[in-house]
Design a protein around this ligand. Structure first.
Ligand code: ADP
Ligand code: MG
Length: 699
């Protein structure tokens, strides 16, 4: 048996109680798990302070000395334990608020200790609450005399006695009993390509670094290894899916598609749209199930691509379903698709939360009898009771609003899973997309339809509001329409509406009837009221739409050419970009005006500057990623792939790219991993439980 798989309770000093805690709190079950439990930082243990030289702040310090007195102080709120610590010249107090008895019994006088912890200053006297202590003798026996690892922990672990010291001791115990535990996981050629140190040296030094230099080498080695195996697994998973999961073959391009393409398509497709249609057609004709992410900036024309695909499905007697995140958006898709297909012999219906019972029954009948080609709707379309006669294609718009689980539900709606096209207007930098959606194929529409004028983006301070109002009035004079958006982070909270309502009033004062009419829209309005207001705006009965971010996604009113964003500093970058995407949809020069106060954080400044200097969604996404980190980028949390132990998707971007291209090259050269030099990879994969199924497939 592989000794690394030994249950953690068999390690000396651990036992069943601690083992349970390690399992529950840190997910450490085996020796291997413990060795792969990596520190999140390191502290310098080579420097000893004298009490008189302690820095006047609360940094962590290390001091050598003896305990000369111990006493318990009784207070109103319980007692505390005080020890007087003497470094040969000066004294300071060590304090404990819990665990007195044990500490009191174990503290030895006349023994030299090394204490470590954060200093507290009580007026001019330094103290140290809950120091880590160890006898000088033990300290000198320990592994880490320069840099000491600090491990992630939890309150529960600490209160149950699993301190940093215990973790370090446990780790030492493991290394003492077990020399060079690991077999090498990376082949020689990859290691020498990047001068990576061997696995055992890396693991030893990640826990007990001998120097900063070798620590860095250890980190690099382990980061590369982690990213490499993730990429390899993703690529193999994707490959396996294509091999194993059958998909419908849409072999025909028939009347529906041809009629549309020849007679109804209102414009020439962009080169990018044509390329994507070709990529998708290859997918749906090869007998495998398509799982494709279609990325395209706002306004790049994803809908038409989806429609053409749905027409091909209809040509092959399959039904399609298009799912949108909001009711407004579903309706818009329904209307625009209806007008695009005109008199084509295609039946479509819309199903949302507010669809009446009678209509629902009608739709259900048509769906199961196969008399409905395209169903458009919100989450309502994936409910259990919605049954299709022969669903062949699912299009999910604005993917970040849907969870992975919801997408998975769709798979069950036919005997063979339907093809899935996920459309996203939140551009994710390619490298991140690769690691998060590594098991999806990716198409990108990286070109806007011709003739679009770039949206001019300006940043204005609140005190210039009158000038901005004047500008709005001029644009309205020219026949254009205006959005004014207020930040409302939590749509549910009444308090937040104050900004919106105050704003509405001041705009209503500046733009009074009968000359002007104003619409208002926010998340707490009933769907039919939102609809009504939207419709008035679309019909040009109102010139200004005052709204919250409910209009962020998808709304398409080509005549609206000015987007004013109030308190723009309070919005995230991707939100600002989405909002700006609401204008610039027609032929007129459009504007986005970012209003803010003078007080701006550095981050807010960066966001506003980014918006005024670029309209490229991918560039914006890169900046966003740098500012916020990948965990916050919508939709990536649930992926699970970002659960990295040591690498960082942003900081280690270069490693990620290298790891990915190496994994691709490897699978191209040796798809079955049979070549002798690749045995370490094969053996490593075989041990990765989560991917046992892949292993079964390749072996
Ligand atoms: P998004 O990718 O943001 O969903 P849409 O599909 O809503 O974009 O398209 C935005 C607008 O551009 C729509 O009005 C659509 O009809 C139009 N459009 C799409 N493709 C083209 C094209 N090739 N040429 C001109 N206009 C186009
Ligand atoms: Mg869209």
């Amino acid at each position: 048996m592989d000794r690394l798989q030994t249950p953690i309770e068999y390690l000396k000093g651990v036992g069943p109680n601690r083992a349970n805690l390690l399992k529950q709190e840190l997910n450490i079950h085996t020796f291997q798990d413990l060795l792969h439990f990596f520190p999140n930082r390191y502290i310098d243990r080579s420097t000893f302070y004298k009490i008189k030289d302690l820095p006047r702040n609360t940094s962590e310090v290390q001091i050598k000395g003896r305990i000369i007195d111990v006493k318990i102080i009784h207070q109103k709120k319980g007692k505390r334990l005080l020890a007087v610590f003497f470094d040969g010249e000066n004294q300071m107090e060590l304090v404990w608020f819990r665990g007195h008895q044990w500490i009191k019994e174990n503290l030895k006088k006349n023994t030299t200790y090394v204490i470590f912890g954060r200093i507290n200053w009580y007026s001019n006297r330094p103290g140290m609450p809950h120091p880590e202590m160890e006898t000088l003798e033990n300290f000198e026996k320990g592994f880490s005399k320069n840099l000491q690892a600090v491990y992630p922990s939890s309150d529960k672990l600490i209160s149950k006695g699993i301190s940093q010291k215990v973790i370090i001791k446990t780790m030492e115990e493991l290394f003492n009993s077990f020399k060079n535990p690991f077999m090498e996981t990376l082949p020689e050629d990859l290691r020498s390509k990047y001068l990576l140190i061997d696995k055992n040296t890396a693991i030893k030094n990640i826990h007990f670094p001998e120097s900063q230099k070798i620590l860095t080498a250890a980190q690099n080695r382990l980061k590369y290894e982690e990213l490499f195996f993730i990429q390899l697994q993703l690529l193999m998973k994707n490959h396996q899916r294509k091999q194993k999961i059958k998909g419908f073959v849409f072999e025909k391009v028939g009347n529906h598609f041809n009629n549309f393409f020849n007679k109804h398509l209102p414009f020439e497709l962009t080169e990018a749209q044509k390329r994507v249609v070709r990529e998708i057609r290859k997918d749906i004709g090869n007998g495998h199930q398509m799982n494709r992410l279609l990325q395209g900036d706002v306004g790049s024309g994803k809908t038409i691509v989806a429609l053409m695909l749905m027409l091909i499905a209809a040509d092959n007697n399959f039904q399609s379903c298009l799912m949108a995140p909001t009711e407004i958006l579903a309706k818009q898709h329904f209307q625009s698709i209806k007008s695009l297909i005109g008199d084509l012999d295609i039946s479509i219906a819309i199903l949302t939360g507010s669809t009446k019972k009678i209509e629902r029954a009608e739709i259900a009948k048509k769906l199961t009898s196969g008399n409905l080609n395209i169903l458009i709707g919100t989450h309502a379309v994936i409910e259990e009771k919605v049954k299709f006669e022969n669903l062949g294609l699912v299009v999910v718009d604005e993917q970040h609003r849907f969870g992975v689980a919801q997408r998975a539900k769709l798979w069950g709606k036919n005997t063979i899973p339907p093809h899935v096209l996920v459309m996203s207007a939140t551009p994710i930098p390619r490298t991140l997309a690769m690691s998060v959606y590594g098991d999806l194929d990716i198409s990108v529409i990286d070109e806007l339809p011709p003739g679009r004028k770039k949206v001019k983006t300006l940043h204005r301070y609140d005190k210039n509001r009158l000038k901005v109002f004047k500008f709005i009035a001029d644009e309205i004079q020219k026949g254009r329409q205006i959005y004014v958006v207020y930040p409302l982070i939590k749509e549910s909270e009444k308090m937040d509406y104050k900004d919106l309502m105050d704003g509405y009033e001041s705009i209503a004062r500046a733009f009074p009837p009968p000359m002007y009419h104003i619409s208002i829209m926010h998340g707490q309005m009933a769907a039919k009221d939102k609809d009504y207001e939207m419709q008035r705006f679309i019909n040009k009965q109102t010139q200004i739409m005052v709204a919250t971010t409910v209009i962020e996604v998808g709304v398409n009113v080509p005549n609206a050419s000015v987007m004013v964003i109030e308190s723009a500093e309070r919005f995230g970058l991707s939100q600002l970009h989405q909002l700006r995407g609401r204008v610039g949809r027609g032929n007129d020069q459009s504007y986005c005006i970012l209003m803010s106060s003078h007080k701006l954080s550095t981050e807010a400044k960066t966001r506003l500057e980014t918006m005024t200097t670029t309209t490229d969604g991918f560039k914006i996404a890169e900046v966003d990623l740098k500012l916020r980190g990948p965990g916050d980028i919508m939709g990536t949390q649930q992926s699970g792939v970002l659960d990295l132990k040591i690498a960082d998707i942003i900081k280690d971007n270069e490693w990620l790219k290298n790891a990915r291209s190496d994994a691709i090259a490897l699978l191209r050269e040796d798809p079955q991993l049979e070549v002798q030099k690749n045995m370490p990879i094969r053996q490593t994969l075989a041990k990765m439980k989560a991917y046992q199924n892949i292993w079964n497939y390749i072996s």
